[in-house]
Write a protein that binds this ligand. Structure first.
Ligand code: ADP
Length: 373
């Protein structure tokens, strides 16, 4: 019997799952705020069923894969490629590299596979992926990559399955709202634009990341407050977003509680959060010439009826009409998908359970099967 371990290091947690070869999840858990990578993997070892003696493959979600399109076996060359991208996803790529090295010590015989979050966006048209900057900067690699690709691709498959239509016929807006957050415009089964860019900083307001700001802002803060570029970058990643506006950290549950209690900062944070998503939905509806479905996924997208309601308010002009009762208590099917629009709404609104670990498993399994042949 083949068993595959899928590891998904986020900025604040490790999600992992053990899959049998038919895709059944035999274990699925989360290590919240681990002290370090090695101790997180020790927790994983303790969480695996005792009867699983060996692993066939280990898959890692790697956030920044540069221009890579497909899963790849980890070797020295791939590791140094990911190392070269460290500055572009500082919260994530370091964790992936540490995870590969620690996992190699624990399971020396097991092949390890990198599955990239950037891959789904690799076919974005150039007018969406370019920045209007000097050619020498673009030649140096300054372009929009996009992230959360595994999640957006899964949303596309789940929405198409639920609506009973091929993804190629649908215009889908996928909103991944977790600690990090991004919207993706999916047309003809491909990502045609997404809100994150060169790094996972661009786009939506996130837990602790700023999202879109004026490119002149770092220079302004450097001159006004004397902060260095590395200090400014660290604060844009770790001390901005909901945490900065609300003053209650980046955890949406605490922010919603504080807003209900009347806290002005929390209310501003929530309003700015939803407004930014609405702006992107409007922009991508224009980019695709319409929209058949808006889908919410990730910890906030799946669980916060309040955020979904704020985002969808006034979207009737796009044919998107939320049903408050369905939104308040989504009835998910076996695939983890629930429809939230009113009966007869021209376009669908859905919540979709994130399955990034399953996508890592599938990418790993397919690559290992292909390399065995
Ligand atoms: P990550 O991006 O690290 O994978 P998750 O997808 O787990 O993060 O999402 C984490 C976010 O989801 C946090 O802001 C958390 O507060 C939020 N969240 C989780 N459950 C709920 C809930 N019931 N209501 C509102 N927000 C929630």
């Amino acid at each position: 019997m083949n068993h595959f371990l899928a590891l998904n290091f986020g900025s604040a947690s490790l999600k992992y799952a053990l899959f049998a070869e038919d895709g059944t999840a035999l274990a699925h858990s989360i290590v919240d705020r681990p002290a370090d990578v090695r101790s997180a993997l020790d927790d994983v070892c303790r969480g695996l069923p005792k009867e699983v003696a060996r692993l066939t493959g280990i898959g890692h979600r790697v956030v920044h894969g540069g221009r890579r399109h497909a899963p790849v076996l980890f070797d020295a060359a791939v590791e140094s490629e990911i190392e070269s991208l460290l500055d572009l996803a500082p919260q994530h790529n370091r964790l992936s590299l540490d995870a590969v090295r620690s996992a190699r010590a624990l399971w020396p015989q097991t092949p390890q596979v990198a599955v990239f979050d950037t891959a789904f966006h690799s076919g974005m048209p150039e007018h969406a992926s370019c920045y209007a900057v000097p050619a020498a900067w673009r030649d140096a690699g300054l372009r929009r990559y996009g992230f959360h690709g595994l999640s957006h691709e899964h949303v596309m498959q789940a929405v198409a399955g639920r609506l009973g239509r091929p993804a190629a016929d649908l215009k889908i807006m996928s909103c991944h709202l977790g600690n990090g957050a991004s919207v993706c415009a999916i047309e003809h089964g491909r990502s045609v634009d997404t809100s994150m860019g060169l790094t996972p900083l661009e786009g939506l307001v996130m837990g602790t990341r700023c999202g879109d700001i004026d490119p002149g802002a770092p220079g302004f803060i450097h001159r006004e407050l004397g902060l260095t570029l590395p200090e400014i970058e660290r604060m844009l990643y770790q001390e901005s977003g909901l945490a900065a506006l609300g003053g209650h950290g980046g955890d949406m549950r605490l922010i919603e509680e504080s807003a209900v209690a009347g806290d002005a900062g929390a209310r501003l944070a929530l309003a700015a959060y939803a407004y930014r998503i609405r702006k992107y939905i409007g922009a991508y509806a224009a980019a695709m010439g319409g929209c058949d479905a808006v889908a919410f996924t990730g910890g906030i997208g799946e669980n916060s009826a309040g955020v979904r309601a704020s985002v969808m308010r006034g979207m009737e002009f796009l044919g998107l009409v939320l049903d408050p009762a369905r939104n308040g208590k989504p009835l998910s099917d076996a695939a983890g998908v629930a429809e939230l629009q009113v009966e007869g709404s021209p376009a669908a609104i859905l919540s979709v359970q994130a399955r990034e670990e399953w996508m890592v498993f599938r990418g790993t399994q397919l690559l290992l099967a292909a390399t065995a042949n």
